[in-house]
Design a protein around this ligand. Structure first.
Ligand code: UDP
Length: 240
């Protein structure tokens, strides 16, 4: 299969990929390693939007489970994504990659607000745009934020970097016979509740025909490999 030619992609990384072995928070060496992955992809000439989760710091659901008000806890989660975005910005700029952070919750002293036309301009100038604070509303996740930004920035695909190398018909950590899909349809993902992204994010990608490429970000050089059409991944598409 020849490599699809992507001009602009959105890369979604969960907060957990920044925490390294310490199991919590931001580990600078791990962030530097992720930044190197992003740089390698950016060096191919691709326009790159980035969304990073906040699960390494705070998740609204976990706060709500301990008795916090859900919306309040979700706002804390969104603030966590801003911290991760700033950490990634520093790591990328250390590697010489020009970046801008745009947050869905306005925070003038630290970053720009989300302004689509301004983001377009940044991308045209070769900057990586890091979108923080998800969609800016509680009861959502950064997966939905990633799908939303991928749609409004007209990205050719949403790349979801995780700790597994694609989408399986069962949890590969629990079932040794679990089978990985090369491609799978949005409808099957939703009907079978396959673990890709949350349902509203998958539906938004389906409605806007944005392919979701699920791959492992933990193997060095894998993002660039998957972009070249090599390496292991699962592509979620219409299935026509
Ligand atoms: N969050 C939210 N609205 C959004 C994006 C994020 O309320 O649009 C909150 C929510 O509480 C979530 C937390 O921020 O649990 C961290 O994001 P997420 O769980 O998506 O991070 P990831 O799992 O990707 O690390």
């Amino acid at each position: 299969m020849s490599a699809p030619h992507y001009k602009r992609i959105l890369l979604k990384l969960s907060g957990e990929v920044l925490m390294g072995a310490q199991g919590f928070g931001i580990e600078p060496e791990t962030v530097a390693r992720m930044a190197a992955e992003v740089k390698a992809a950016h060096d191919t000439g691709l326009q790159l939007c980035l969304v990073i989760g906040g699960g390494n710091i705070f998740r609204g659901m976990a706060g709500a489970a301990k008795g916090m008000d859900r919306a309040q806890a979700d706002y804390m989660g969104m603030l966590a994504t801003v911290m991760n975005a700033l950490a990634m910005q520093s790591a990328l700029e250390k590697l010489g990659v020009d970046t801008r952070v745009q947050s869905a919750i306005q925070m003038d002293a630290v970053c720009e607000p989300v302004i689509r036309r301004r983001a377009e301009r940044h991308l045209a100038k070769g900057r990586v745009v890091i979108f923080a604070a998800g969609v800016g509303s509680p009861y959502f996740t950064t997966d939905s934020g990633a799908a939303l930004r991928a749609a409004e920035m007209k990205c050719d695909a949403l790349f979801k970097g995780t700790s597994v190398d694609g989408v399986y018909d069962a949890d590969p950590k629990k079932k040794a016979s679990a089978k990985r899909f090369d491609t799978v349809s949005y409808d099957q993902v939703l009907a079978d509740n396959l673990k890709v992204m949350d349902a509203s994010a998958v539906a938004l990608c389906r409605d806007n025909a944005i392919p979701i490429v699920v791959f492992s970000i933990r193997e060095q050089g894998n993002l660039a490999r998957v972009l070249r059409g090599e390496g292991t991944s699962t592509i979620v598409t219409t299935g026509d």
